[in-house]
Design a binder for this molecule. Sequence first.
Ligand SMILES: [Cu+2]
Length: 224
Amino acid sequence: MGRGRRLALVGALLAVAVGLVVFTTMAFLRSSPPSVDFTAGHQAGTPVDLTLQTVGSVGFGPHPTWVSYLTQAPNGQWVHTTLWDLPAYTRINVTVHQYDSGSPLRNQQYGQVIGTIGGDATLNGKTFRVINANNGNGVAHTFAIPTLGIEVPLYANKPSPNLCAAAPCPTNSPHNIVSFSFRTPGPGQYPWQCFIPCGLGYLYGNGGPMQTVGYMGGFLKVVA
Ligand SMILES: [Cu+2]
């Protein structure tokens, strides 16, 4: 093979290699869970119902053992995502079906309900403002929107082999129902997340699902 042909061959192989790297990188960057749309057909002034679930291990996808939130779409289907399109200046009635076990809190401040309408939440129908995580089953996860000053602890289930281990969890699995409301601000993207270090097997519990959109955090995409 002549020098020119060898050079051309090396050049072609290099181009293929670069192409593969670019393609893989773009595919990785593009991979994002879907956003559930709660704005379609929304009538100004009426509240939006947002129903979520938390599960100790999602049971499918690239990380089946990770803890996760799931979102119920308006058509009733459970979607593995933490991204929502929500109307601005609207009351959001949140209901979380909490299927996971928990523990005492490392930071007791996260046992407080902060920033909701009325400053409270309900646990299985009973109003509360704080959970003492050193009593009972402890806290499994929190729902927090830091930029809006909202934080709600989600009471845990007693550890048991009967706890749901694959989402979407059926309502006959042991769970707690936590409800609260808040108002969306003007248009913008607002991050939300869990503040309980629930990424088991990661440094201080704060890696893995705690750092990944679609599991323990996401975004409110508030639109006008
Ligand atoms: Cu969590």
